[in-house]
Design a binder for this molecule. Structure first.
Ligand SMILES: Cc1cc2nc3c(=O)[nH]c(=O)nc-3n(C[C@H](O)[C@H](O)[C@H](O)COP(=O)(O)OP(=O)(O)OC[C@H]3O[C@@H](n4cnc5c(N)ncnc54)[C@H](O)[C@@H]3O)c2cc1C
Length: 485
């Protein structure tokens, strides 16, 4: 009987991230993907600082950075060409220690994730492995049946935990017997990817959302000479007509001539917004597009899947190391659900805004600047109810990335285990076996602890605050909690 600690179904960005995080923890992982190789054409083109921090944990940032550019932000322009809303992404490091927003090409990321997986002897990748059945069985395992699509052989394997990262049409979700709730946005858009033959200075250097009722559209300034246009398809137009070269080059006329770029890809997507009711059944989970879908206006679909992976990986590793813990595993959905729902709902409002309903208020983070142009700030939803006490104002917030006085990143100190952060105001001797850091050894940490009104905090392996303590007399309780973690 072939058995593994973890089986991951689907090797897209969500499955690739999860396999890396669990591989890094030293556990045995099998990744099954029904395709021959990764999906070679562009899909996601944007990700954020929080996601880059996960890539840092995995150890791919050094080589991947060359394939990214820092994104300057988005402007929303009306049919008269007037900027009606600005969403700047300043070139300033955020609390996560990275820039707020990057542009990239999804196949470049998927290649890096796959290459990194080769470092782990206990990680096995099977391509052409089409999963047909997933089922919880009694002895603390789940059973998976997959068919090799080349030699048609059927295989049966077992894993202590199975995660379906198998995309929008997830078979795992269907076999779990749960449904997706449609949140109300369904629209057909054409997506056109081009590679410029030469640099073209008059093209915008940031994303432009054309809030034009006649033709809602998006322009994306991607890495190198890559550029993308997306446009809404009116109901009466046939897909065949929209995807004809004639129609596309006619649409592109205001920006490009036919001899100025190669058309890499043209396709039609139905942009949807949906969320699965259940994300877990026993030892079977879903993550990424398998659990939620959103239109790409904010560039957050893939990011949400990577956040799922970061939240779930360490919880599963804790269960593998100690014991299966239903309560801990339940916090995966409760913490992630409200977070991703806020992204989906904000993205839907942004979609309506691009469809020219200028009266739509996308977020509460919009203010008027002196030149009269409204300016929007990014949303940063915390975690939903889950681990840590709800009354603790710091619980579920991102713990910033700090540098130690020796120049190393504090993040390097922990990846699958939590960390105890202690203010120098606590005079007690702390046992060296505790995985702890004193604020005096880290640049800016004591000021930060003051700003969140705390003497000590427990930081989870996914860099969120588990619990903070604002009275020295409560420190022992926090240490006890940390020891049980
Ligand atoms: C036009 C467009 C633009 C986008 N822009 C952005 C953006 O800028 N930023 C962003 O964050 N997101 C963006 N997204 C969303 C992003 O592309 C997806 O959210 C992301 O690819 C989802 O990753 P995933 O790993 O969850 O699923 P997928 O990438 O869909 O991977 C699923 C994998 O599961 C495999 N699989 C499926 N069924 C089985 C089975 N039965 N057995 C074995 N394997 C199986 C598939 O072969 C596939 O490899 C965009 C999407 C589109 C369409």
């Amino acid at each position: 009987m072939k058995n593994y600690d973890v089986a991951i179904i689907g090797l897209g960005p969500t499955g690739g991230t999860l396999a890396n995080l669990i591989g890094l923890g030293g556990f045995s992982v099998i990744v099954l993907d029904k395709e021959k190789s990764f999906y070679p054409l562009p899909r996601a083109v944007h990700f954020d600082d929080e996601v880059m921090r996960v890539f840092q944990t995995i150890g791919i940032t050094n080589s991947f950075l060359n394939h990214t550019i820092i994104n300057k932000g988005t402007k929303f322009v009306n049919s008269k060409g007037k900027v009606i809303l600005d969403w700047p992404r300043p070139r300033k490091l955020t609390e996560n220690g990275w820039y707020p927003s990057y542009r990239f090409n999804q196949p470049d990321l998927e290649k890096k994730l796959r290459k990194k997986l080769k470092d782990y002897k206990k990680v096995t990748i099977k391509q052409n492995a089409d999963v047909r059945r997933v089922q919880n069985i009694k002895n603390g395992f789940a059973k998976i049946i997959y068919k090799n699509s080349v030699n048609k052989k059927t295989h049966e394997i077992y894993a202590k935990y199975v995660i379906g990262c198998d995309g929008a049409n997830s078979i795992t979700r269907k076999l779990m017997g749960t449904k997706m709730d449609n949140l109300g946005f369904t629209q057909k858009w054409a997506v056109v990817d081009l590679i410029l033959k030469k640099n073209k200075k008059n093209l915008p250097d940031r994303t432009i959302q054309y809030s034009n009722p006649k033709q809602p559209a998006t322009y994306c300034r991607n890495v190198g000479k890559r550029r993308r246009w997306e446009f809404a398809i009116k109901n009466n137009l046939s897909e065949k007509k929209v995807l004809s070269e004639k129609y596309i080059w006619n649409f592109l006329k205001p920006w490009l001539k036919k001899n100025e770029a190669y058309l890499e890809r043209k396709t039609i997507y139905t942009f949807e917004s949906a969320i699965s009711r259940k994300w877990r059944k026993g030892r079977i989970f879903i993550s990424g597009d398998a659990a939620h879908l959103m239109p790409p206006f904010m560039g957050q679909g893939m990011c949400a899947g990577i956040r799922d992976a970061s939240n779930l990986a360490w919880k599963i590793m804790k269960c593998l190391e100690n014991n299966h813990d239903e309560k801990l595993l339940d916090t995966y959905q409760s913490e992630r659900f409200s977070n991703v729902k806020e992204y989906i709902e904000t993205t839907m409002r942004m979609g309506e805004f691009v469809n020219a309903a200028e009266s739509i208020q996308i977020t509460d983070n919009i203010s008027s600047s002196t030149d009269g142009i409204k300016s929007m700030k990014s949303i940063k939803p915390g975690l939903g109810i889950g681990l840590g006490p709800e009354r603790d104002k710091n619980r579920g917030k991102i713990f910033p990335q700090f540098k130690k006085k020796n120049g190393k990143n504090l993040d390097e100190k922990f990846s699958k285990n939590p960390l105890l952060i202690v203010s120098s105001k606590i005079k007690k001797k702390i046992p060296t076996k505790l995985n702890h850091i004193k604020d005096i050894n880290v640049i800016g940490l004591s000021k930060y602890l003051e700003s969140i009104n705390s003497f000590a905090v427990i930081v989870r392996p996914d860099r969120f605050i588990f619990q903070s303590c604002n009275k020295t007399k409560n420190f022992n309780k926090l240490v006890n909690l940390f020891n049980k973690f």
